[in-house]
Design a protein around this ligand. Sequence first.
Ligand SMILES: [Zn+2]
Length: 330
Amino acid sequence: MNCILNKKLKFYTKEMLKVFNLSLIALVFMIAILFMKYKPTYAVSIAGEEVGYVQSKEALQEVLQTNIEKLENDQAQNIEKVTLEAKPEFTLKLVNKAEETNEQEILVAMQKEMKITYHYVEIQLDGNTIETVNQKSEAEELIGTIKQDHPEINLSLAEKTTENIEEIKTSSIEVAKTTLLAQVGEKEQKEEQIKREQGIANVNGIQLATLPIKGTITSRYGVNSRIRVSTHTGLDIAATTGTSIKVVADGTITCASYSGSYGNLVKVSHGNGVETWYGHTSKMYVKVGQKVTAGEVIAAVGSTGNSTGPHLHFEIRINGNHVNPQQYVY
Ligand SMILES: [Zn+2]
């Protein structure tokens, strides 16, 4: 009994093995056919949309990364950083071998997903943007060069970023230099003008602090007039009689008396050979030898001496020689 059972079992086992072997061969055969016709490929989708196939996802990602780095390091392009809005998604698929992979098209499609942040640099004068350039280093160099000749000028940089390339209106560094120098020159001229109007000037090392009076200039230095024999040695400023005349800088009174055509004349010595004269005054409030400080009232406007109306004749002398006051004031 046992013997028969054993024989039967052996028989069935043999048969089962045969079937199994045959199935295995069939399976291998089928897989072989499958791989002859199809290949394992990655389908790539971007934001849920299939855009193509690639052989290797690592290779595609590497090319993508290289492209991003290349963009970020391109000095000519103002690119601050590149971020991908959507990452590519890969699905392993068996695809007909005739189907071609399209890495290039996928890379082009990925470019649309790149969010690029651009940078640029504004050059500011007193906080107002004057020029926009591409690179911080070139802007710094330009500012450094301008400051060498114009140390008082307040130039600064502002680094900016944008995602909209249309917003960037940069100039070449040469154009920026021209614009900046023009603006700096204009600003300096204006400041110079303001100083002149305030009477703040330096005469041979003597700092003037104020104008003697405010008024209308009626006769300039160097002009000829029918009431004078020589050319005009000072500046005439019309003002009403009694207007206070201020001394323009610290000094010592060297004359306070009636002096011919000058009428009542006050002379102040400031040092460094610099003297200021105040003529035709109606009143003199100072005495010879008296020390005065800038802005102090020393006399009043009048019309004494050779004068046709109330005005101040203001003269600046350096080592005894009269100079044009308008080189310094008014
Ligand atoms: Zn005069």
